[in-house]
Design a binder for this molecule. Structure first.
Ligand SMILES: Cc1cc2nc3c(=O)[nH]c(=O)nc-3n(C[C@H](O)[C@H](O)[C@H](O)COP(=O)(O)OP(=O)(O)OC[C@H]3O[C@@H](n4cnc5c(N)ncnc54)[C@H](O)[C@@H]3O)c2cc1C
Length: 450
């Protein structure tokens, strides 16, 4: 059996490794256009911030290790250019620009996503960059060797926030520009105000409702970011406006693309062609609360869906359990965690909901170092099904507390059942009523008293 995989990172290599675990003798070939396999893009902001010892540490498994230890033939600097589903072959450009073709019995598309880069004037200037992979990381490293002083980060999503902190820790004067009125995808004041306060305390300039219109420079080097609210001087600009799925190859091969623009897959990760599978940032994924496909480009989804695709390519019938879009990030002292649906999405989906918010402490109030923690839970007004949550505060436990709520949603617990959970307690870790329990109980009292 000939297995061909396009894309050598999270989804692609999870599938490849899963297939090898199940099938010792199958031919597994991976085409990767770049220089790296199985790297941690998620670690890149922390590498720049100085929290990762060496660039090489961001590579989890090298191409040589895949070839030698797992007998997976990884072809680096091979870019797939066309899929022919009738003949079951893929054309690719090799490292010297040569045209090659690869046959397959089963194909896996794991081409990931690309940064959204609007056609703004001045995008070609030195100093204007995006950040998606380790090649981009090397570009930013080179730009930093030019000793820039002022940096503008365009876009206040999680990568933008993480890079604000990284650039600040590198000694740059940092300005964050966001066209919406909230950060993290127009999140509510609970999230936006906390993140703004944490950044302002470190001297970061943050401008909301500010739309970038282009870049201007001198002798090919960026000097100014132009916006509808005026100009900002900068010698480095990072564009972090989110990503779009790399679905062009699939589309050109008449594989069905979903409404989200990503490759449509079923819960076995099969595309509209039964011999072709897809997973990761190039593909849609089943959302547990929406109970339909959505586009959620996150690392664990890519790894999980890649693993399921690999199992099913090997003949299993495994089903992707579903995603909640659970995510956590930090900017300076402020931690932001989310799971399920947020208020803007619930409104857009016209889903009835109520919400409860509490402000509590991340440990017993009387403990030294205790800090504030906020929990906000969205739930269905009648069945009290939990729909989503934010947990924010100064302590790393924000993420793990949000995970409790993610677990409750996955287990289809009602808010009342969440309130009844027996969670750990000792003063260094929480009050006797954990903030998650406090939020669930507050909601329960509100509906018990009507
Ligand atoms: C800076 C940064 C921080 C992040 N932090 C987090 C985080 O904290 N938590 C989280 O959950 N997620 C995070 N993510 C997102 C996470 O990295 C992605 O969800 C994950 O990498 C997706 O894996 P993938 O395999 O689907 O796609 P990718 O990682 O994009 O890999 C796709 C691979 O396919 C290759 N490829 C594409 N087209 C072709 C072609 N035609 N031929 C051959 N090869 C091709 C690409 O070169 C690439 O190596 C972060 C992303 C970035 C950029």
């Amino acid at each position: 059996m000939k297995i061909l995989i396009i894309g050598g990172d999270a989804a692609g290599m999870s599938a490849a490794s899963q297939i090898r675990r199940r099938e010792r003798d199958w031919d597994i070939t991976v085409l990767e256009q770049g220089d790296f396999t199985s790297y941690s893009a998620c670690g890149i902001p922390y590498f720049f911030a100085g929290d990762v010892a060496a660039f090489e540490d961001l590579v989890v498994v090298t191409p040589e290790e895949f070839i030698e230890k797992r007998k997976i033939l990884v072809k680096m600097r091979h870019r797939a250019t066309r899929i022919d589903p009738e003949k079951k072959l893929v054309e690719a450009l090799g490292p010297q620009g040569e045209t090659l073709s690869f046959e397959y019995d089963r194909l896996m598309i794991a081409t990931g996503a690309s940064p959204i880069l609007p056609p703004w004037p001045g995008m070609e200037l030195t100093g204007v960059t995006a950040l998606r992979n380790l090649e981009d990381t090397q570009v930013v490293q080179k730009l930093l060797q030019r000793k820039p002083k002022k940096c503008v980060v365009v876009g206040g999503g999680y990568i933008g926030l993480e890079m604000v902190e990284a650039f600040h820790r590198l000694g740059l004067k940092v300005t964050l520009l966001e066209k919406l009125s909230g950060l993290m995808g127009n999140a509510e004041p609970l999230v936006t105000d906390g993140a703004m306060a944490a950044m302002k305390a470190q001297g970061i300039e943050v401008h909301l409702e500010t739309t970038v219109q282009g870049f201007s420079g001198k002798e090919g080097q960026l000097t100014t970011v132009e916006t509808d609210q005026g100009s900002f001087s900068a010698d480095l600009a990072l564009i972090s406006l989110g990503v779009k799925p790399n679905a062009e190859l699939a589309k050109a091969a008449a594989i069905t693309i979903g409404d989200t623009g990503a490759i449509m897959v079923d819960r076995q990760q099969r595309t509209s062609d039964p011999c072709i599978f897809a997973a990761g940032d190039c593909a849609e994924t089943h959302h547990l609360v929406l109970d339909r496909n959505a586009y959620i480009p996150l690392a664990l989804n890519a790894n999980r869906a890649g693993r399921i695709a690999g199992a099913n390519i090997s003949g299993a019938e495994e089903t992707f359990p579903g995603t909640l879009g659970s995510a956590v990030t930090k900017v300076f002292d402020f931690r932001i965690a989310r799971t399920g649906l947020d208020a803007p999405t619930l409104k857009k989906e016209k889903m009835p909901y109520e919400e409860v918010t509490i402000k509590s402490s991340d440990r017993a109030d009387y403990m030294k170092g205790s800090g504030p923690m906020w929990v906000k839970i969205f739930y269905h007004p009648k069945g009290h099904q939990i729909l989503g949550a934010w947990v924010v505060g100064e302590d790393d436990s924000a993420g793990k507390r949000c995970d409790i709520i993610a677990t409750a949603i996955s287990a289809k617990l009602t808010l009342g059942q969440l309130a009844d959970l027996d969670l750990c307690y000792a003063p260094p870790f929480s009050g006797v009523w954990d903030p998650v329990l406090q939020a669930a109980n507050k909601a329960r009292f509100s509906w018990m008293s009507v």
